[in-house]
Design a protein around this ligand. Structure first.
Ligand code: AGP
Length: 312
């Protein structure tokens, strides 16, 4: 499966690709729709293409849909706006029903995209190899998402305090790995969109291959640290940051053993591991919001950006 979207929709596409691979064991990846048609892509008849878009009017994504169709591929949409161009041009698809989204920085539509991908992954998985019990495990976790988001929102004042501490930095890193990496990318995207701070995402595992050289007292890192099979490795990388006096914030789950690592934490309710990215993204949106608020920026209409990018 190949998922095509732009900006944050691309990052959620990466989260979706991971869910589809983990649950359905179908090879899946995501690619920026804005690059797709320019590399003369090979469109395979047995690959399902998925276009993901909040507005349904993003020109780059619409052109990618046309490229797939021109070359005889099948494409479905994961789109919010009913009857939009991309929704109409796709062969079929899923409407997100997130309701109208006004602010330029996409938030609730992204959460709905994450849930949409989880449901798509589940449908594909159940006709392949996923057991009834595992399917029920995912459904039960999806049912808990709204209440868990409420829990995150209840922690808003703490998240705001952390955000105010980050707002003064000229540059920030967001790090995560495997399922956590698209979360880090989306965190950096939201932060730069509305705070106008330079924010860059790396795989935690890549730090030592170069970016570690930049770590110092003035470059904070936001580390995505799920309670999963990679926690210990992630903590090792975080120790490296602290040893170089880099300010660090962890976005994590209950039950992670930090040992002697004493860093500010934003604790997010745990879901099933495949769905964790959906919830881990929410505090990062709040973090960007409160940093932008502290800096006095127009949060709904950030400079230089349009809600719907209808030109190439
Ligand atoms: C999200 O916060 C951004 N404003 C932007 O990256 C957006 O996701 C992208 O332009 C795609 O928009 P779409 O979902 O409407 O296609």
């Amino acid at each position: 499966m190949k998922i095509l979207g732009c900006g944050s929709a691309f990052y959620v596409g990466q989260m979706g690709a991971a869910m589809i691979e983990e649950l359905a064991r179908v090879p899946a990846d995501a690619e920026p729709a804005s690059e797709f048609r320019y590399r003369n892509p090979i469109v395979e008849p047995d690959t399902l293409y998925v276009a993901v878009s909040q507005s349904g009017e993003t020109a780059d994504t619409a052109f990618a849909v046309q490229e797939v169709k021109r070359k005889g591929g099948q494409i479905v949409g994961l789109v919010n706006v009913v009857g939009s161009t991309i929704a109409r041009e796709c062969d079929g698809g899923i409407y997100l029903h997130a309701g109208p989204e006004v602010a330029v920085a996409s938030t609730k539509a992204l959460t709905h995209m994450g849930v949409g991908f989880a449901m798509l992954a589940l449908c594909l998985a159940r006709v392949r190899d996923l057991s009834i019990a595992d399917g029920q495990r995912i459904i039960a976790a999806l049912r808990k998402v709204p209440a868990q988001i409420e829990e995150i929102l209840a922690d808003e004042e703490h998240i705001a305090e952390v955000a105010r501490g980050l707002a003064g930095a000229e540059s920030l890193f967001f790090i995560g790995r495997v399922r956590g990496f698209p979360v880090a990318r989306e965190g950096a995207q939201k932060f730069k969109e509305i705070s106008y701070r330079h924010a860059e995402a790396y795989q935690t595992s890549e730090l030592k291959h170069g970016p570690l050289a930049l770590i110092c007292e003035t470059l904070p890192t936001v580390a995505i640290l799920p309670n999963d099979e990679l926690s210990d490795r992630n903590l090792g990388a975080m120790q490296q940051i602290v040893a170089r006096r880099g300010p660090l914030v962890a976005v994590t789950h209950p039950g992670v053993d930090f040992g002697d690592l004493d860093v500010p934490r934003i604790v997010v309710p745990k879901s099933e591991r495949e769905l964790d990215p959906i919830l881990l993204t929410v505090p990062l949106q709040l973090m960007a919001y409160h940093a932008a608020l502290a800096l006095g920026h127009d949060i709904d209409k950030p400079r230089n950006l349009a809600k719907s990018v209808t030109v190439e």
